[in-house]
Structure formats: structure tokens, C-alpha cells
Design a protein around this ligand. Sequence first.
Ligand code: MG
Ligand code: ZN
Length: 353
Amino acid sequence: MRKNLFIVFIISIIIPIITFARIKNVIFLIGDGMGLNQIHASSIVADSALNMQRAHYIGLVDTHSADHYITDSAAGGTALACGVKTKNGMIGMNPDSVAIPSILRIAHTNKLSTGVVVTSSVTHATPASFLAHQVNRKMEEEIAVDILHSGVDVFIGGGRKFFSEREDKQNLIDSLHAKGYGVYSSIKEASISDSNKKGVLLADVGMPSKLEGRGNMLSEGTQLALDVLSKNKKGFFLLIEGSQIDWAGHANDIDGIIEETLDFDKAVGVAMDFADKNKETLVIVTADHETGGLQILGKDTDTKKLQTIFTSSYHSPVPVPLFAYGKDADKFSSYMENTTIKKILVELYRFKK
Ligand code: MG
Ligand code: ZN
């Protein structure tokens, strides 16, 4: 009897300790241009629920930038990464051009491991918002220099030419080697190397689209990054971006949107499976904005094809959904500004600001 009471006493102490412990790992997945209709259309065409629909908690995110009702991906990425509204086009800075540390950089400063896996160039606006500080997103050679100095442990995507064929003739691949990175041109090559710092540059500029045969680099890269980053006992921050949902949206290409969203959702599945095993992990799935003003009018009863129309070839101002899964996911079930997410993450990690 006394023994049972003792066990109850110990459990009553342990449960609050687990509940109130800080999160160790965050996997942050951005579907660029992925609004609710992109998600719904993909789920209907796939004829099954998406991985992101496994989330326990759902929020809505307002996306406007400091100077425009409709954000671009630089200001949208900066809001998510750095927690500040900035002007369209700016990367990792407030509107006065003051550099603001991103959640990835704060994680690095606190000795956590960090990584980025994208289907665009690693120097493109969304990943750059987490890794760089530049007044304009077009400064991709300057962004590559920032990546070199960012301390990021793993980066996977396109953009090799911004490192190796530069105006200033510097070869940043050599500089990456000097900093202890293994630099690879395939995920397979990177996964058999035991280097703990990996740069995987899979294309000169952007990656092919899913329909053009990109394959499964996003979900495979997510798994590789998790294998490397999860070795750090202190934890990690990992950014994943389905970059080309946006590009298909600009092209008003519904088939492209669906293929890119389903590809992104595979990476979401990898992240959620990791969180199922590692209970100190939080998974966030959201978007920087919607692209295309996509509307779904119905479904043809004979062909079962969706009837869709686009109301824009640019971004739209509608709020985007946020799916939260794993530890402390309940903190995100609200209507929030895009700048709020970083602030909540800093608190949940218990970082000193
Ligand atoms: Mg992007
Ligand atoms: Zn766009």
C-alpha cells in the first residue's frame, strides 16, 4: 500500500515536469502560396486526407506586410522567421533595415542544431528570411554569403551558382569546405557521408517542378536533415519549404498546385512521424500567403474533375491556415498575426530573448 502511494507520488511529480518542460525540436513547414483551397483541392484529387489534417490544433494567420495589404514571400518569410512586419522584398530586417535574428539563428546561438530543406534555391526569399539579412530578396549572391556565415548545419535545395559562379569570382563552395561542410550534389551522396555539416546543392538555380520529375527530394531531404539534427541532445530547428506551390499558383496551374501540395504533404508526414516518436517535438505547418486567389466552384459529377478558377496571377490577402502537431501544439489554436508565431516559439524553447 505504502509502495503504491509512493508510485502515485512520483508520477504526480513527473507528469507536470514533462508537461512544462521546454520543447526541444521544432519542424516548421511552409507551403509557399498554400491557402485552404490549395489544401482542399489536393485532398479531393488524392481522394484521401492529407498528413497535415492529422494535426490536433488549427489556427489562422493574417499575412499582410508592413507596407502592403498583400505580402510578398520576403516580407511573409521575415514575419514568420523574425517576428517583425517588414516591407515587401526585404529579408530578415525591419522596415528601417535593421537586421532581426530569426528563430533559426536564435536556436543556433543557443547551441541547437539547425537546417533548411527547400524546393527552390536555398537563397530564395523564404529560406533566406531564416538565414540572411538583406534589403532586397534579389541579392542572392549576398544571401549565399550570409548562409556561409549562418552556422546552419544542413541546407538542401537549389542555388549552386550563387555559391560558385559569382560576380566577385569568390568560390563559396571552397569557403564551405573550410568551415567543415561536406558539399554534395545528391541526397544519396550526402546521406552516406558522416560529415555533421552538410550543404546539398541539387541544381544551379531553382529545382525542377514535381511534374517535371523532381522526385522525392523534399521528403528524403527532410528525413536526412532529421537524422543529422536529432543527434544534438539540446534539440534543433528545421525549416522545410514547399516552394513551388506558389510558382504553380502564379502560373494558374491547378495540376501543378496539387502535385506540389501533395509533395509538400509527404514531408509533413515525415515530420509528424518523427514527432510521434520524439515527444519533445513540435510540428508547425503553415503558409506565407495564398497565391492565385484560387476558388473551387464544384466537382463535375461525370468526370469527377474539380471546377476551379483563379482570380489573380499574384498573391491574395486571405488569411492562411496553420496546423500544429506534437508538443505544445495547443498554443497555436487561435487567430494570429504571422509575427506571433516566432514569439510563441521563443517562449516554448525557453530562449532568453
Ligand atoms: Mg518561397
Ligand atoms: Zn509568389
